[in-house]
Design a protein around this ligand. Sequence first.
Ligand code: PXL
Length: 434
Amino acid sequence: MINVLSIAGSDPSSGAGVQGDIKTFTALGAYGFSAITALTSQNSSKFFKSESVSPGIIRSQIRSIFSDFKIDAIKIGMVYDKKTIKTIHSELKNLKVPIVLDPVFESTTGGMLLCADAFLDFKKLLVSLSYVITPNIPEAERIAGMKIRSLSDTKRAALEINSMGAKNVIIKGGHMQDDKVTDILLENKKFHIFSQKRLLQESHGGGCIFSAALCVNIAKGKSLSESTRLAQKTSFESIKNSTRIGKGIDIARQKNADGIEVDLSVAIKQFVNIKGIYGYIPEVQTNFVFAKPRPKSIFHILGLEGRIVKTGKSVAVVGTLKYGGSRHVANAVLEVARKFPTIRSAVNIKYDKEILKKSTAKRFHIAYYDRILEPSDAKVTEGKTISWGIKSAIEKLRSPPDIIYHRGDMGKEPMILLFGTTPKDVLIKIGKIA
Ligand code: PXL
């Protein structure tokens, strides 16, 4: 499970604020917690009132969460006044959890979300606490204290905000006069540019959805640039999907994420965090896949377009999840699923006799093929080798395999493939042998 916390204001129309964040977290497959900093009264036409929650109960909400749950990432939204900022700062300053700071100063309907006299504390105490800050252009202008008229101004503002202590900076380009929307990410002194078609509709909640989606993707262990790309995609789709629910402005609506993507990315994060897992990564590195029910081709199978790679005594995920992203492991699952449709997930690990011994002790169902017996026409066709091998390994099986291995061939590394019904099932099996 991925756990994320929103520290933000209540929006009774549920488009933005804590309610909007919980919807985004849920749509992306995370569990959403909340600590409410302020109450607002607003609807799709008008912003009426707001008031802050007392420091004592804000502190108590945050402590009640951290004393029980393991939080993977935090999003901070509306913080309203000085005492709220001071409370949040003192509660979070010693935590190691990544913080996404969404600087919200004013709502689309004109409501004040940060008091004028709290701005300096906001900069001093919260900007410096953030792993990444996500202003739009007017917010970035205010924080950096400069006008932004061009992409090079945007980059200068990002560098300025970075120098104020925000570890990484995303400036959302929606307010720039341009046919496209260009968001920029400043990460480790390097810029990444993300362009997207401009949508013409105005809606309530799109900015909150961006930062909440960013928060979930960071919590899932994705890289910051991949998290930014996905957050842009999620907010674009939500704005496109916005609905006129009330009499005023449309409200942005999150669409449920692909459950296969959620399950596999959570499992990959857990996999790379297994102690000593680097010892199980083969020379050709590792892929982890999850298929849709009854896959007909590798394009029905989600896998890394890239690999889980060993870097010394740790492992890192390189590349992104895509249908068709894996060939080798995906073709293996495709072949097993033809005969045993309950099998939809697999990972490849280093060949090791000890692992096979342990697997036997755990009563795993183990199958084997010999690459040396492979007909030469299979060898020359890319992707056929694995299909041939898996077919020959499962030919006589009456129940699904847990493991299929081969001992290699001239210049071919031996390999173990571990299968399961879901990525979680695969992880449980790894837990029994690793
Ligand atoms: O979208 C920014 C935002 C954040 N938090 C709350 C809000 C709004 C915008 O209306 O109401 C509580």
